[in-house]
Every structure is written in structure tokens, then in C-alpha cells.
Design a protein. Structure first.
Lengths: 113, 115
């Protein structure tokens, strides 16, 4: 079956540091890949997505590249802010899979001044 | 433009009871999915409704059931509650069933505590 593996948190960084959150997946075919963010007390918000190999999704300074050869979709940001503190979820959706997303366990990011 | 709204936001039940959670999708969306998010875990897919029918189901027992109404709103029902049903229940909506690349809009969730 499909699965998503994320690096464990919490990840604690100083403001303006570089961020990488690793995500690898197992799926048949060519799934679509997503990063969602969850702020305290809120639902999930789509951060970025990529639908085919070598696509780069980007939003709000975050980016991730769909790497078919390494089955990875690592999230990066060049300079984090305190407001980026949240839980980040990597997810996949099988082609033709409707709205059945498979999520990783989430990685908590804490950014300190 | 209102997003996905869920009610109630918090509720407490005891083992063996039944619960109904409600969801109104984002305006213009016709598909509703439900997810269970246990503490410290990623959301797990429960089921998806489109055109008032259950179209997909995750690995959840029959105690979990749902309904979609003609106005696209949806309910999640859980019978014979167990302690392990304590979780945040998330509703997500989208337009059409999708090819897998559809963007889901999530509500803030209903937090269920079973005592």
C-alpha cells in the first residue's frame, strides 16, 4: 500500500536559518505529492503541491521538488520566520485516487528568535 | 467566501455512546471527505462522499458511517464509541472526485474526547 515517511520532530531553528524537512514515499505509479501545514488550533492548509516527476512546487518561500528516482519530496525554505512555527505534513494521492490522501506523521517546526 | 465549517468544535462522550459530526463544504465544492487525526499523528482517511453516495472508504469499521445531503453538506456518525475514537475529526471538501491532484480545503475539525 501507499505510505509516507517524514523526519521526526520537533525541529527547532533560529530565525533566518535554512529549513529542510525530509519526506519519502512508497506508491505505485505516479502519485501527486503535497505539503500541508497545520497551525495550532487550525485545520490543514495546502502549502504546495507537485503532480509529476521533476515538478517543483513553491509557495511563501517554501519549495519542494518531486524526485521520482529517490521517491522523495523534501520541503525547504531558505530563511524561516517565527511565524512558520507549525506542524508540516507530507502527503500523496494516487492517480485516480479521488480525495484519499495518505499522510505522513507530521513534523513539528519551532522557530525561535 | 466561507471555507469548510464543522460543528461542534469540541465534544465529550462516554464509551458506548453515539456521535454525529457535521460539515458544510466550501462554496462551490461538491465532494466531502472525512479524516481522523489522532494526537501526534497524521490524518487517516475515513471515507469520501460525492453525489450523496460513499465513493471511497479507508480502513475503518462499520461503526463509522456518513451521509451527504443534496446541499453537499455531510455528517459523520460513529456508533458504540471506544476510547480509541478520541481524535480530531477533519472534514475536507473539493470540486468533483478528482484525478488525484485536487486540492482539498480542510475545516478546523471537531475534537472528540471519549471517556
Amino acid at each position: 500500500g501507499n505510505s509516507v515517511t517524514q523526519m521526526e520532530g520537533p525541529v527547532t531553528l533560529s530565525e533566518e536559518a535554512f529549513l529542510t524537512i525530509n519526506c519519502t514515499y512508497t506508491a505505485t505509479g505516479y502519485p501527486s505529492l503535497f505539503w500541508y501545514v497545520q497551525y495550532p488550533g487550525e485545520g490543514l492548509q495546502l502549502l504546495l503541491k507537485a503532480t509529476k516527476a521533476d515538478d517543483k512546487g513553491s509557495n511563501k518561500g517554501f519549495e519542494a521538488t518531486y524526485r521520482k528516482e529517490t521517491t522523495s519530496f523534501h520541503l525547504e525554505k531558505g530563511s524561516v520566520q517565527v511565524s512558520d512555527s507549525a506542524v508540516y505534513f507530507c502527503a500523496l494521492n494516487q492517480a485516480g485516487g479521488g480525495n484519499k490522501l495518505t499522510f505522513g506523521t507530521g513534523t513539528q517546526l519551532k522557530v525561535e528568535l | 467566501d466561507a471555507g469548510v465549517t464543522q460543528s461542534p468544535t469540541h465534544l465529550i462522550k462516554t464509551r458506548g455512546q453515539q456521535v454525529t459530526l457535521r460539515c458544510s463544504p466550501k462554496s462551490g465544492h461538491d465532494t466531502v471527505s472525512w479524516y481522523q487525526q489522532a494526537l501526534g499523528q497524521g490524518p487517516q482517511f475515513i471515507f469520501q462522499y460525492y453525489e450523496e453516495e460513499e465513493r471511497q472508504r479507508g480502513n475503518f469499521p462499520d461503526r463509522f458511517s456518513g451521509h451527504q445531503f443534496p446541499n453537499y453538506s455531510s455528517e459523520l456518525n460513529v456508533n458504540a464509541l471506544l476510547l480509541g475514537d478520541s481524535a480530531l475529526y477533519l472534514c475536507a471538501s473539493s470540486l468533483v472526485q478528482g484525478s488525484g491532484a485536487n486540492v482539498l480545503t480542510f475545516g478546523a475539525g471537531s475534537r472528540l474526547t471519549v471517556l
